[in-house]
Design a binder for this molecule. Structure first.
Ligand code: PNW
Length: 492
């Protein structure tokens, strides 16, 4: 009998019971960002951001010609938003502060107290509801003046960002214990500075791509050090950054070239930002490839800006956990042809790969988003192995619908699969994942897709003046997972 019980505990336990229960310390959250939900773009003293300028100047670059002028109107409806969060029972709420809402000129010569008050009220209400704020300092809404001075290609932005971070720690640090400096520099440096699809719409592929990453890293490190030098002793919080990549699976796993190509892809996408922070300096493969190619292209210096030894040391170790976003996977093939293409220079030809998809993967309302749950487990393992087993918080993962129905079976399917893979990464693989954040709490302004792609667990009626919020089916499903701390992974 004892032997039988021992057998059950040791062998069956982890599979039958434990594999479906999240660890006790595990935290659940939902996420939003300021520009995507707040609205009130020019009210109560707020200054303009690069997204205000971009959507107003180039409406044709947004799928439905829309903008975030009103968005979900969360500037006025935050109390209702918080009551939804409370009802959901989440441990955290990931949100961002709009820099130009509190410093309208972008600089620190004037402060908009109404904007400060807004965030203080929000944090107080969250605390009262027992919800921990996880606050992103910068989620893409750069004060317009900095864009006019070159934005993320201007290294001085690192100092301005550092000062902005200092002011936020001073103003809000007694309420906020989890800070994210920057959201997804990878996405900014590709979509916004290389391909021209996000504000400010720069098409400076292969050059600005790396300058942008360089400036983000200096800015992040500055904000991290300011916290630890000036605030940590009193505030005792944690500071990190949110990084994203697709998982890259070798197209043909028995082809050495494809396996190497998939490795390169991950170093160029995730490694570009994570290696300097978690290991030190750019990944060697990025240095080698971009330097060599720049020379072949006749540049007098590499397109990859170099860090000094002091900068390498300054950036290294500036994360108290790993903020990881995951949405989808690509099949990666080696592309030796790209190695021969010299002009125009591009990030894509630097990596020398071809991106592919598997036709069996279910799609979403976003052309780039497929339902590939195992990619998340592989990515978590890859991050754990590359960066010495950091604490990982999944800071975004989500699925888009087209807004036509609140019956979102596709979302339940996507998130059930992904959350089960997170659980396996913890219980079967021993990765240190401590939290999971669903993107996003409610339908909102989805950047260049406008309101045509909806990631919310709450539907928002953008045609109604009061932006009526209606929970989708996934809402109750997620609420139950949060409440019971368990998930049914049969068939996933
Ligand atoms: C993230 N891609 O952006 C952002 O942090 C959110 O603001 C955004 O709403 C959410 O994901 C959904 O898109 C991404 O092309 C944008 O792979 C684009 C990609 C990934 C993430």
């Amino acid at each position: 009998m004892y032997l039988f019980i021992l057998f059950c505990v040791l062998f069956l336990g982890p599979h039958l019971v434990f594999s479906e229960t999240f660890p006790e310390y595990f935290k659940f959250a939902v996420s939003t960002s300021a520009y995507q939900v707040e609205g009130a773009w020019n009210l109560s003293g707020k200054g303009p951001s690069v997204w205000d300028w971009y959507t107003h100047t180039y409406p044709e670059k947004i799928a439905d010609g829309s903008n975030g002028d009103i968005a979900c109107d969360s500037y006025n409806k935050y109390e209702e938003d918080i009551s939804f969060l409370q009802d959901l029972g989440v441990d955290y709420y990931r949100m961002s502060i709009s820099w130009p809402r509190i410093f309208p000129s972008g600089y620190f010569n004037e402060i908009n107290l109404e904007g400060v008050e807004y965030y203080l009220n929000l944090f107080k209400l969250l605390k009262a509801a027992g919800i921990e704020p996880l606050v992103t300092l910068y989620h893409w809404d750069l004060p317009l003046v900095y864009h006019n001075m070159g934005g993320w290609t201007n290294p001085l932005l690192a100092d301005w960002f550092g000062e902005y971070a200092r002011r936020c720690y001073e103003l809000f640090g007694s309420y906020v214990k989890y800070w994210i400096t920057l959201n997804e520099p990878q996405t900014t440096c590709t979509n916004a500075y290389s391909y021209g699809t996000f504000a400010p719409g720069y098409s400076l592929n292969g050059v600005a791509t790396y300058i942008c990453a360089y400036v983000h890293l200096l800015a992040h490190a500055k904000a991290y050090h300011i916290y630890h030098d000036e605030f940590y002793a009193e505030q005792q919080g944690k500071v990190s950054i949110v990084l994203v990549t697709y998982w890259g699976e070798p197209n043909n796993s028995s082809s050495e070239a494809d396996v190497a190509a998939a490795k390169n892809f991950l170093q160029f996408s995730m490694g570009l930002l994570a290696h300097p922070i978690f290991i030190g300096n750019w990944p060697q493969v990025v240095i080698d490839e971009v330097d060599q190619k720049s020379e072949l292209q006749g540049y007098t210096r590499s397109r990859l800006p170099k860090f000094t030894d002091e900068q390498v040391a300054y950036i290294k170790g500036t994360a108290d956990f790993f903020g990881l976003n995951y949405y989808s996977t690509y099949m990666i093939s080696d592309n030796t042809n790209a190695a021969e293409i010299l002009y125009p220079p591009s990030y894509g030809t630097d990596i020398k790969i071809t991106l592919g998809l598997n036709s069996s993967w279910p799609n979403s309302a976003s052309s780039w988003l497929y339902n590939v749950p195992w990619g998340l487990r592989k990515l978590i393992n890859w991050v754990s192995n590359q960066y010495n087993k950091p604490e990982i918080i999944i800071t975004e993962n989500g699925y888009s619908d087209d807004g036509s129905s609140i019956d979102d079976a596709g979302r339940i399917h996507y998130l059930n699969g992904h959350m089960c893979e997170v659980l396996r990464a913890i219980s079967d693989d021993g990765c240190n994942v401590t939290g999971y954040t669903q993107w996003t709490m409610m339908d909102n302004f989805e950047w260049n897709a406008g309101y045509t792609e909806r990631f919310g667990l709450i539907h928002v009626d953008f045609g109604s003046d009061n932006r009526t919020r209606t929970p989708k089916s996934f809402y109750e499903w997620f609420k139950n997972v949060v409440k019971t701390n368990t998930i049914n992974c049969t068939g996933f």
